[in-house]
Design a protein around this ligand. Structure first.
Ligand SMILES: NC(=O)c1ccc[n+]([C@@H]2O[C@H](COP(=O)([O-])OP(=O)(O)OC[C@H]3O[C@@H](n4cnc5c(N)ncnc54)[C@H](OP(=O)(O)O)[C@@H]3O)[C@@H](O)[C@H]2O)c1
Length: 304
């Protein structure tokens, strides 16, 4: 019997590669849609698309078990007019064209899992944000709203729809943890800004288990916060990261230094100076079991 196919749109990046690896191990047939074919990555097939117009790639969705849309230009850059346009368009266009491709299928996929971000809650201070909390303000929030609005406009009557608002995913193979670890190793891993901004984090193993759960549980749909049940402040996060990397102390990094450093690193200070404390309420209500609910164990596993 053929292995169930799972199409990973924009799956060439950090989360897509990690998910594809686990899907292969579990007996699925993942297919990555990418703009630039990089040769065969292990046992994972790649198919070319442009992320905005229907092409031959759309055949891959017909008869697939699931589509996971991970497409989006990284937000880790300066928010110039051009970058913001690409950040927003890469997300909105991919959402729309995936919906269009599903609507053309004779055998539509059972489920569409769309990635989104907890950044939709804005710089939320101490407030605990669950899936019903209001959106915040600011540029990253606007991107998240456009992204989710495009998803909510889509109609796929034969395909279940679920959207995962993802937190800061911790893994060795990609994402922002690598950059933070380098700073910590150079004794530049002190508390950032006030240190009171929250970080809602999750281990990449739990991220993959959430994707699989969303694919396999045919009774779930709607919005889910994809984050661990124990968000921490920046001060706690940096302390645990220093502990995991055997750098017991580093001087704090004041806000002005973050502004200067961000300019040199071609990124935005708000990525480090703002945060949100999020609750994976829906996952907990559905009794999802976290493998790494606590930060110390999560970092211990990553750096052991
Ligand atoms: N990692 C996290 O901690 C995290 C947290 C919250 C939300 N998310 C969201 O989850 C999704 C996957 O995250 P990730 O960490 O795997 O991201 P990633 O490593 O940056 O990968 C995203 C993929 O999107 C594609 N892409 C980039 N720019 C594009 C453009 N202009 N048009 C079309 N495709 C484009 C790229 O594929 P090709 O170049 O091969 O086409 C890239 O591999 C993203 O949408 C991200 O915003 C991630």
């Amino acid at each position: 019997m053929d292995k169930p196919r799972i199409v990973l749109a924009g799956g060439s990046g950090f989360l897509g590669q990690e998910l594809a690896h686990d899907l292969v191990a579990l007996g699925y047939d993942p297919v990555i849609l990418t703009r630039s074919m990089r040769g065969k990555t292990g046992r994972v097939r790649q198919v070319q698309w442009d992320g905005k117009t229907i092409g031959k790639w759309a055949i891959e969705l017909d008869g697939a078990k699931a589509v996971v849309n991970l497409t989006g230009k990284s937000v880790n850059c300066r928010y110039t007019h051009e970058n913001l346009r690409e950040i927003n368009e890469s997300r909105v266009n991919s959402v729309r064209v995936v919906d269009e491709a599903i609507s053309k299928c004779t055998r539509p996929p059972e489920v569409l899992v769309q990635t989104a971000s907890l950044a939709i809650y804005g710089d939320a201070g101490n407030r605990l944000c669950d899936e019903n909390s209001p959106a915040g303000d600011g540029i990253p929030v606007e991107t998240c709203r456009l992204w989710e609005e495009a998803f909510n406009e889509g109609k796929t009557p034969f395909t279940r729809r679920i959207i995962l608002r993802i937190g800061f995913v911790l893994g060795k193979s990609g994402g922002a943890l690598g950059t933070l670890s380098k700073l910590v190793k150079c004794f530049l891993g002190g508390t950032v800004g006030s240190g009171r901004q929250y970080i809602s984090w999750l281990h990449v193993a739990d991220m993959n288990r959430m994707f699989l759960w969303a694919i396999e549980r045919d009774d779930v749909h709607g919005v889910f916060n994809a984050t661990s049940p124990n968000p921490v402040t920046n001060a706690e996060f940096m302390r645990e990261l220093r502990r995991a990397l055997h750098r017991p102390w580093s001087p704090p990094t004041p806000s002005w230094a973050v502004h200067v450093g961000s300019w040199f690193m071609r990124t935005e200070p708000c990525l480090a100076l703002t945060g949100r404390r999020c609750d994976p309420k829906q996952f907990l209500q559905h009794r999802f079991e976290f493998r790494f609910p606590n930060l110390r164990e999560a970092l211990g596993d990553i750096y052991e």
